[in-house]
Design a protein around this ligand. Sequence first.
Ligand code: HEC
Length: 214
Amino acid sequence: MTNSSPKLAVRFAAICACSIAAALIASCGGKNSAPTADGAVSAAAAGAHDDWKPKYSKEGELLLPEGFERWVYLGSPLTPQGLNNEQAPFPEFHNVYIQPEAYDAFLSAGAFPEGTILFKELQLTLERQFPDGSRVESSGRGYFPGERHGVDVSVKDSARCAETNNWCYYNFGHHAPPYEESAAAMPAEACAACHQANAATDMVFTQFYARLKR
Ligand code: HEC
């Protein structure tokens, strides 16, 4: 048959598109998300991200958490130099993230579960045009995010850090990436003491994170 019917051609094209879509879905899913023989999706694909739990080196140092770019973003407090007599210890945006599982748990139970990681990445402000550190962009005068510039992390871990209210604190460097690959827990006076004295909920500054309001 040389003269193939238009109907058949349409049907063929539809089948083709479907198999391409199916192949794409399978290959986009990554190694953990291959459907099982009966078509169910594996636990890893359904959201049990083992890789987002805290991981430690043989020496007991926390490994730099990976994947925070895909976590829940909580907010960006800012203490710029121009408003702090040029002495701000952290003049960058403080971009704070939490694992999705810990976020869901907090919203439903009002408490941070064991293994919660709060990941704070510092981000420099763009060069100033005015003494207060601000500049003008198309949206107005203010502070605008520039380069990434450091990482601080807190982990809820009652086994390792019972003495500091079950939270451990880590610094992975205050500079441009790459950040340190691992970090030892900081002494209480360096981090935990200020959080204990000033943070609203279980050592975390929930007063600044509207997305944690229940
Ligand atoms: C003098 C007080 C103070 C000290 C010391 C301090 N922090 Fe914080 N930290 C804050 C405040 C206030 C916030 C929230 C507002 C902000 O980021 O400016 C915060 C936020 C954080 C967050 C985001 C999650 C949260 O708890 O709200 C992390 C992570 C963090 N700090 C880690 C550290 C680490 C690591 C150290 C020690 C190297 C440290 N902090 C020392 C005051 C402090």
